[in-house]
Design a binder for this molecule. Structure first.
Ligand code: HGY
Ligand code: MN
Ligand code: MN
Ligand code: MN
Length: 415
């Protein structure tokens, strides 16, 4: 009962740009980015703002045991599962104004366009703001979508603590208190499909002058946390032969891991994002080092085989210190549903946007939705391909284009 493009025509570039600007005020940093870490006060304020916007438009809101925030526009057939979209409101400590937020607000813009059109969809359409996609403050990442998909245990997640020892359980209670009370749903409610819009966080679309990325899937990734324990000692009096120097031991491990992960084709990704040397005093031999490993690759076999060598290699280099290696996340590569991928490509072509098929190097909540229901993603370019950085930027035109493609894709899937 709707012609192609009729919903996209009501997607407003300026309304979306304004909501992105309003949301970016929460946790705004000096350099124009955001620090809105998972289950922080800023995260709670962002959820409260989205909740206010949703109820002002007559959409219903609900949450679940980990604080995922669902904004729902009813369909004509309540027996059908919703078509879902969304992303995350939490950010890196020095994050940008678009990573995650764009997908939540592009989804919200689609709900508004459907409402403005007085459109009747068979399926309800829901926008989700997933809890802790980033995994920066609390590991593992994607706690919200993983629990929704039945891939993590709630008690284990609630017991996770940040570097200061604050638990997810306590942080969640504080965050939820900042938004109005709302109905709580169980995990694992059915979904007819899930489509997530996101900035590319890489340089390809911009380099090729393409507006839309038709995402084929997401590479595999394995995260480790390594704790090396040696013995604090006096820097002036302790012979090197008598030291249990946690830094020197960790350094050997990192050098060996760099060799293990060396890839002349530059496809492997291996990042030591956190590296803490304690106590951090110039004249005390380091007694403890904590470091993280973020290893990724598109090939499932290589992710398994190369990833399985990490812990044994680290243990083989531990002496004279002690070492504990924790694997905090393991996710295999996922391929998105061909039907949804085609729907995204046809929407982009139908609306006249230059597009290209491409993989995702970044993890997304769509990784956990893919085994649950037909899933796909839409990328838009971001300037210089920069993300996880306060200078992250996507133009209003590209934000609008992604939301228009999302609108037509969701309208088609919602019937
Ligand atoms: O780490 C990731 O890939 C995601 O952007 N948080
Ligand atoms: Mn993201
Ligand atoms: Mn991110
Ligand atoms: Mn993500």
């Amino acid at each position: 009962n709707r012609s192609f493009g009729s919903i996209a025509a009501l997607v407003s570039r300026d309304r979306l740009a304004q909501r992105l600007a309003d949301m970016a005020k929460i946790g705004a940093t000096e350099k124009g980015g955001v620090n809105r870490q998972a289950l922080s006060r800023e995260d709670g304020l962002a959820r409260a703002l989205l909740t206010r916007w949703a109820t002002a438009r007559g959409f219903s809101v609900s949450t679940d045991g980990i604080g995922n925030l669902y904004v729902r526009r009813e369909g004509s057939d309540p027996t059908l599962p919703p078509v879902m979209t969304g992303s995350h409101l939490d950010s890196q400590p020095t994050g940008g104004r678009y990573d995650g937020v764009y997908g939540v607000l592009a989804g919200f813009e689609v709900l508004e366009a459907l409402e403005d059109a007085g459109a009747v969809t068979k399926h309800a359409v829901e926008v989700v703001a997933w809890t802790n996609e980033e995994g920066s403050r609390f590991q593992p990442y994607c706690m919200g979508s993983a629990l929704f998909a039945g891939k993590m245990d709630l008690e284990m997640v609630l017991a996770c603590t940040d570097a200061k020892g604050v638990s997810v359980r306590d942080a969640l209670a504080e965050t939820l208190a900042l938004a109005p009370a709302m109905p709580v749903r169980d995990f694992g409610s059915p979904a007819a499909a899930y489509v997530e819009a996101h900035i590319e966080q890489g340089p390809r679309l911009e380099a090729e002058g393409k507006t839309i990325g038709v995402v084929q899937g997401i590479q595999g990734s394995r995260w480790f946390q390594v704790e090396v324990t040696g013995q604090e000692a006096h820097a002036g009096t302790t012979p090197h032969g008598a030291r249990k120097d946690a830094f020197q031991t960790a350094l050997k491990m990192v050098n060996a891991l760099n060799e293990l992960m060396y890839d002349p084709d530059d496809v492997i990704r291996c990042t030591f994002g956190r590296f803490e040397v304690l106590p951090g005093s110039p004249n005390t031999v380091p007694g403890k080092v904590i470091f993280t490993i973020d290893f990724r690759h598109p090939d499932a076999k290589l992710v398994k085989e190369r990833g399985d060598q990490v812990a044994p290699l680290i243990h083989s280099l531990a002496s004279p210190c002690e070492v504990v290696v924790k694997e905090t996340s393991t996710t295999a590569p996922v391929d998105f549903d061909a039907g949804v991928v085609d729907a995204v490509r046809e929407a982009a072509e139908g609306l006249g946007y230059a597009s290209r098929d491409m993989p995702s190097g970044a993890n997304h909540d769509a990784k956990f939705m893919a085994p649950r229901c037909p899933t796909g993603m839409i990328f838009i370019p971001c300037r210089d391909g920069i993300s996880h950085n306060e200078v992250e930027y996507a133009s209003p035109e590209h934000c609008h284009a992604g939301a228009a493609v999302l609108a037509e894709t969701l309208a088609r899937l919602a019937g």
